[in-house]
Design a protein around this ligand. Structure first.
Ligand SMILES: Cc1ncc(COP(=O)(O)O)c(C=O)c1O
Length: 489
């Protein structure tokens, strides 16, 4: 396929012995596959190379004979710990992920992730960490030096903010307008803080007037915490305005940007946000398990001045600085290296696309999806001006078995959408359009699959109407773009 071993070695600037070894063992490292993609300028994808190599020469692992593995030999002391069934390697099915996250992962990110492991203090890895931090500053739109990914999902980012910023007895104004505001409240309580709850109806944004009133009533409040993009409802709150209110009253803010980061504007410096966290598996379209965070200098100083010890060893900001700070780099915990490779690539994809183009893409496909859903009579939970492009919650039509609809979408079309949570359980469906999942083919598949299932289940839905409405919306947006380009020329 690529010529002689010598030619390959020359093309990829590799030692011939290395190429010989790969050919002999049939093992194709991801790096080589990546090189093939680069050298052929994308004509041959790295995924194709790896797939072809694995098909020709699957990696063989020496295993015990079946009778020893599956309970035939009672005397084998190991068998009592394994179920008496044949267990195969796990190969997940191909799904279209349009729920509240995780999202589909770009092939480039998957390829990056499967590369050979290296140590987390390896100089090459350390160099990558610095790039990762600068890419994160880009997506967060901040110059904060303390911007890095925590090892753990979004919930770890949330807990990290509260454990470092809330000392026992601190008063915290917490806004609750959905599931995740409720989790913030849990965190304040568990840290021994005194919560002041500002509640809003699920599906409504946080009311800035209520926040202002709470600060007037509780002059000793030190913090304001709110969710920028409430995933449970698809509603967006005004992070800039809420931060201004907190600062006017001398408080710091903690912002949940788990669903917003990468999908809609999050401007940490311009909005003067103090502490913010997100997650890797939503609009960043990476593997779950990492939580990018960013803290202003004000927060670092605030935490340093705390008189008590932070109530978590793993999450103590002062200790973790030793690993993520450029100068020091000492062992804190074993970093999830391959997941961090993946995040580096996922962020690089956003950098290449352009952050504002990524926001615009989420908006564009949201408009098309919305046109389609509304064309078959579905209603959005949230008022238009507060709707999140990346999370679309619609009310389930009366009398329909909502769980059955989701099941049929998954079984018949391999399409995953989200269910309602808490008081919205059984009442809404949530359609995610996040990151790599936010594509026109997904919009079209979703509309046609949903229309077919609803029509099959006896609802008055005409198959084809939703897709036609989405096509119409795309056509209108293209026409507007074309006019804009013409005017600019
Ligand atoms: C707004 C919000 N905050 C926090 C979380 C928790 O993130 P994770 O599930 O990654 O722990 C989620 C997860 O969906 C979320 O949507």
């Amino acid at each position: 396929m690529f010529g002689s071993q010598a030619e390959v070695a020359r093309a990829f600037q590799l030692d011939r012995a290395v190429v010989h070894n790969w050919v002999k063992t049939g093992y194709v490292p991801a790096r080589w596959a990546g090189e093939v993609e680069r050298v052929t300028q994308g004509r041959i994808g790295a995924v194709e190379v790896i797939n072809e190599a694995s098909a020709k020469n699957p990696v063989r692992v020496k295993s015990r004979p079946d009778h020893a593995l599956f309970g035939m030999q009672e005397s084998d002391p190991m068998t009592q710990y394994a179920p008496a069934k044949r267990i195969h390697s796990f190969h997940p099915p191909q799904r279209t992920l349009m729920g509240p996250g995780p999202t589909e992962i770009h092939p480039r990110v998957l390829i990056t992730m499967r590369q050979a492991a290296i140590g987390y203090l390896d100089p090459v890895f350390v160099e990558m960490m610095e790039e990762l931090k600068s890419l994160l500053r880009y997506v967060y739109q901040t110059r904060n030096p303390l911007t890095f990914p925590l090892s753990g999902p979004g919930s770890v980012g949330m807990e990290y903010c509260f454990v470092n910023l809330v000392a026992p007895g601190d008063k915290v104004i917490v806004c609750v307008n959905g599931v995740f505001g409720g989790r913030m409240l849990e965190n304040v309580e568990r840290m021994g803080g005194i919560p002041v709850v500002v509640s809003d109806e699920w599906g409504r944004p946080v009311d800035p007037q209520k926040v202002e009133d709470a600060f007037r009533k509780h002059k000793d409040a030190k913090l304001l915490a709110f969710v920028h993009a409430e995933t449970s409802t698809g509603c967006q709150s005004d992070a800039k305005l809420l931060t201004q209110i907190a600062h006017k009253h001398g408080a710091l803010v903690i912002v949940d940007a788990v669903t917003s980061l990468g999908g809609s504007p999050v401007k940490v410096d311009e909005w003067e946000i103090d502490a913010i966290y997100s997650a890797s598996q939503k609009c960043l379209s990476c593997t779950p398990g990492l939580s990018p965070v960013s803290f202003s200098e004000r927060v670092v100083e605030y935490v340093k001045k705390r008189k008590d010890k932070i109530h978590s060893w793993f999450m103590d900001m002062n200790l973790l600085l030793g690993y993520w700070n450029a100068g020091t780099r000492t062992y804190h915990h074993t970093a999830p290296t391959n997941s961090l490779f993946a995040l580096h690539e996922a962020l690089l994809l956003i950098r290449e696309e352009g952050l504002e183009n990524s926001w615009a893409r989420h908006q564009r496909h949201h408009v098309a999806l919305k046109a389609g859903l509304e064309a078959i009579g579905l209603q959005f939970l949230v008022e238009e001006k507060y709707q999140l492009p990346q999370m679309n919650a619609v009310l389930c039509p009366k009398g329909v078995d909502e769980a059955e609809v989701r099941k049929r979408l998954l079984d018949e079309f391999g399409l995953e959408i989200g269910a309602g949570l808490g008081p919205l359980k059984g009442k809404v469906w949530r359609f995610g359009l996040m990151g790599y999942s936010c594509r026109p083919d997904n919009v079209m598949l979703c509309l046609s699959a949903l229309s077919s299932v609803l029509s099959d289940m006896g609802l008055p839905v005409h198959v084809g109407d939703a897709e036609a409405a989405a096509h119409g919306a795309y056509a209108q947006m293209h026409a507007k773009d074309a006019q804009r380009k013409k005017r600019a020329a």
